[in-house]
Design a protein around this ligand. Sequence first.
Ligand SMILES: Nc1nc2c(ncn2[C@@H]2O[C@H](COP(=O)(O)OP(=O)(O)OP(=O)(O)O)[C@@H](O)[C@H]2O)c(=O)[nH]1
Ligand SMILES: [Mg+2]
Length: 191
Amino acid sequence: MVFTGRPNSGKSSLIRLLTGLRVVIGKMPGTTSRIERYPIASGLTLVDMPGYGRSLRSSREREEETKDSILGFLQDNAEGIALVVHTVNVSTFLETEARLGRKGFIPLDVEMVQYMRRDLGLQVLVAANKIDKGGTEEIMENLEALRGQLGPTVPVYPVSARTGEGVGELKAEVHRRLVERGFRSPLELLR
Ligand SMILES: Nc1nc2c(ncn2[C@@H]2O[C@H](COP(=O)(O)OP(=O)(O)OP(=O)(O)O)[C@@H](O)[C@H]2O)c(=O)[nH]1
Ligand SMILES: [Mg+2]
């Protein structure tokens, strides 16, 4: 099971809430700097990815390196990946898109999800994280835009890794999909 998403979107925070694993969380983008593997059940490894995509703090070279290692990992392991949870900071989705767009960059969230689904044949759930941040209207607007761009076949779970809102629903779906793939009580073993 793999967690992907832009730097600072809350991947590691969500992993903590979903599994209880003491993964490292940080205020600044780039906290998870390597692909981290945690065996969580028999035959099941949880993978916490570094952030993917342009961010202010890292160098272009470092970013390319990270991008290559993430894509390489996904391509090499596609057969064995039971599920991907792609985390988006939904409180700034449109803002980030506009900011990157002005600089000529592709935001990559939607492209990445589509690539994983269409080209690699992976099951992807999208965690629209940080719904506690900013006004309700803004969150709804961002959420709608994200859902619109992803299309109706991609399941989107609005969550807050800070308050725990919505995490129960996401966890139930993660659990359901893993059980479907033959893993028994994959997340409960860690408690
Ligand atoms: N308000 C709010 N903050 C959050 C939420 N989830 C994560 N954060 C904060 O966002 C920051 C980044 O969290 P991480 O979990 O380290 O994010 P990440 O995606 O693993 O980041 P990288 O490893 O750098 O790619 C931390 O300061 C978290 O406390 C959330 O739902 N709401
Ligand atoms: Mg991280």
